[in-house]
Design a protein around this ligand. Structure first.
Ligand SMILES: NC(=O)c1ccc[n+]([C@@H]2O[C@H](COP(=O)([O-])OP(=O)(O)OC[C@H]3O[C@@H](n4cnc5c(N)ncnc54)[C@H](OP(=O)(O)O)[C@@H]3O)[C@@H](O)[C@H]2O)c1
Length: 173
């Protein structure tokens, strides 16, 4: 059974992004994201896909849109569109692609805010980078979630970069 994971970098006040961009560029966090998600399907909203500008290599990219024709096809890398979250999970489970890793068999919800809000309850694990800052002017926030329904499985050492401190925290059920 494919494990449904969510991966996000979240400020202390829940801030995720502004003007369709991330709020920080933390190289250890980018490496962590790449290491965890490579070889697995990644599911994202159309706006997050547009902010990336291209499908991520070594991953099956699944873009959620209610108007899939708005997502341009990409010949060189695996890119699929889905019109519902359930369809995205079904594609993630069933679509082979080069370099797919089945141990562990995982897919990753990788944002943005609207997709996290819809997918949180369906997820088995949360990989959160907790960034110790607040960004009241952000326009996208992580959904409120009931910590009582999650168990902290691990917490990394604290990293410092660009004047920010952050930890990698994993929650399970
Ligand atoms: N900090 C982080 O870890 C992180 C990670 C990812 C993104 N972000 C940030 O988050 C922001 C973007 O988030 P967002 O909430 O504005 O946009 P988003 O979730 O990336 O994309 C929203 C779009 O997804 C599609 N969609 C949403 N729900 C759907 C559903 N149930 N079925 C089909 N399609 C669906 C719609 O596309 P259509 O309009 O085409 O129908 C909707 O307009 C950016 O600032 C980005 O940088 C932060």
């Amino acid at each position: 059974m494919m494990e449904k994971c969510l991966i996000a970098a979240v400020a202390d006040d829940g801030a995720l992004g502004k003007d369709n961009e991330l709020l920080w560029h933390l190289s250890e966090d980018l490496k962590y994201f790449k290491r965890l998600t490579s070889g697995h399907p990644v599911i994202m909203g159309r706006k997050t896909f547009e902010s990336l500008g291209r499908p991520l290599p070594k991953r099956l990219n699944i873009v959620l849109s209610r108007r899939p024709a708005a997502v341009p096809p990409e010949p060189s890398r695996p890119l699929l569109t889905a019109a519902t979250l359930d369809e995205a999970f079904a594609l993630a489970a069933a679509t082979p692609f080069e370099g797919r890793i089945d141990e562990p068999d995982r897919c990753f919800i990788m944002g943005g805010g609207s997709i996290y809000a819809q997918a949180l309850d369906a997820c088995d694990k949360l990989f959160l980078t907790q960034v110790h800052t607040t960004c009241p002017s952000a326009d996208t926030f992580f959904p409120d979630f009931d910590k009582g329904r999650w168990r902290e499985l691990s917490r990394s050492e604290t990293f410092s970069e660009e004047g920010l401190t952050y930890e990698f925290v994993v929650y399970g059920r």
